[in-house]
Design a protein around this ligand. Structure first.
Ligand SMILES: C[S@@+](CC[C@H](N)C(=O)[O-])C[C@H]1O[C@@H](n2cnc3c(N)ncnc32)[C@H](O)[C@@H]1O
Length: 232
């Protein structure tokens, strides 16, 4: 059984997504400087739809940097086509660099962290959060194992950031995905499980179909707050 991600409908953004984005931005704000405006760069911004919320919270400018998307400007949020390893931004020009679900994608994390360190102001912060595995991913063990292999652990991230002169200042918790019903997860499977074997897709989808009302808890990631000066 092959599931084509192009033909499987994705759940539309709903009230839970809006609530999630509000909660995420509130967590980011808790770990940023209090003054406003702040300049924010979202590295690996992808389809992230929280740019406008970042503008509202931090006063902008907000720049989304992604190797696959841009350029686009929407409500004060500018999308730029660039690599995390070569940010097209001036030294000491940014207050907050955000990397959510991005660090594990980067070809050269040390270089990307060095770039974040270069562009950050002395009281700025780099916020890194990566996680795999909402509870329902357990239904697709091969994909889950493959995704976990790609994830850097916290020690790796801290060591790599330290080599760029960024030290751990604090740790937080960042919600990444809302709880979902089994019936909703069925339409997410194609996008989420890429290293999949057919029998597992079938078994996982059968388990979801057998109990479509079951609620699978969402995902919360550890947020690492890294700053140019050691505060911890
Ligand atoms: C899993 S998505 C995360 C998107 C978004 N941050 C979120 O939380 O929904 C990872 C994104 O990182 C981008 N990416 C991967 N490597 C990159 C690089 N070297 N420089 C810039 N963006 C990169 C990908 O194109 C993709 O959009």
């Amino acid at each position: 059984m092959r599931v084509d991600p192009e033909v499987v409908p994705r759940p539309r953004p709903d009230r839970r997504s809006a609530a999630l984005h509000r909660a995420q931005v509130a967590v980011l704000a808790r770990h940023a400087a209090r003054r406003r405006p702040l300049t924010v760069v979202d590295v690996g911004s992808g389809r992230q739809c929280w740019g406008e919320r970042l503008v509202a919270e931090f006063g902008g400018p907000v720049v989304g940097v992604d190797r696959d998307r841009g350029p686009r400007v929407r409500s004060g949020c500018e999308a730029v086509l660039a690599r995390a390893e070569a940010l097209p931004l001036a030294d000491r020009s940014v207050d907050l660099v955000v990397m959510v679900q991005t660090a594990h994608h980067l070809a050269d994390r040390r270089r990307a962290f060095a770039e974040a360190a270069r562009v950050l102001r002395p009281d700025g912060a780099l916020l890194v959060a990566d996680a795999v595995g909402a509870t329902w991913h357990e239904l697709f063990p091969t994909a889950l194992a493959a995704a976990r292999r790609r994830m850097p652990d916290e020690t790796e991230v801290r060591d790599e950031a330290a080599s760029a002169g960024l030290c751990l200042a604090a740790r937080g918790r960042l919600p990444l995905a809302p709880a979902r019903r089994g019936s909703e997860i069925q339409v997410l499977v194609a996008a989420a499980v890429t290293h999949q074997i057919d029998t597992e897709i079938a078994a996982g989808l059968a388990a979801l179909a057998a109990d479509p009302e079951r609620i699978y808890p969402g995902t919360v990631a550890t947020l690492l707050v890294l700053g140019p000066a050691a505060v911890a």
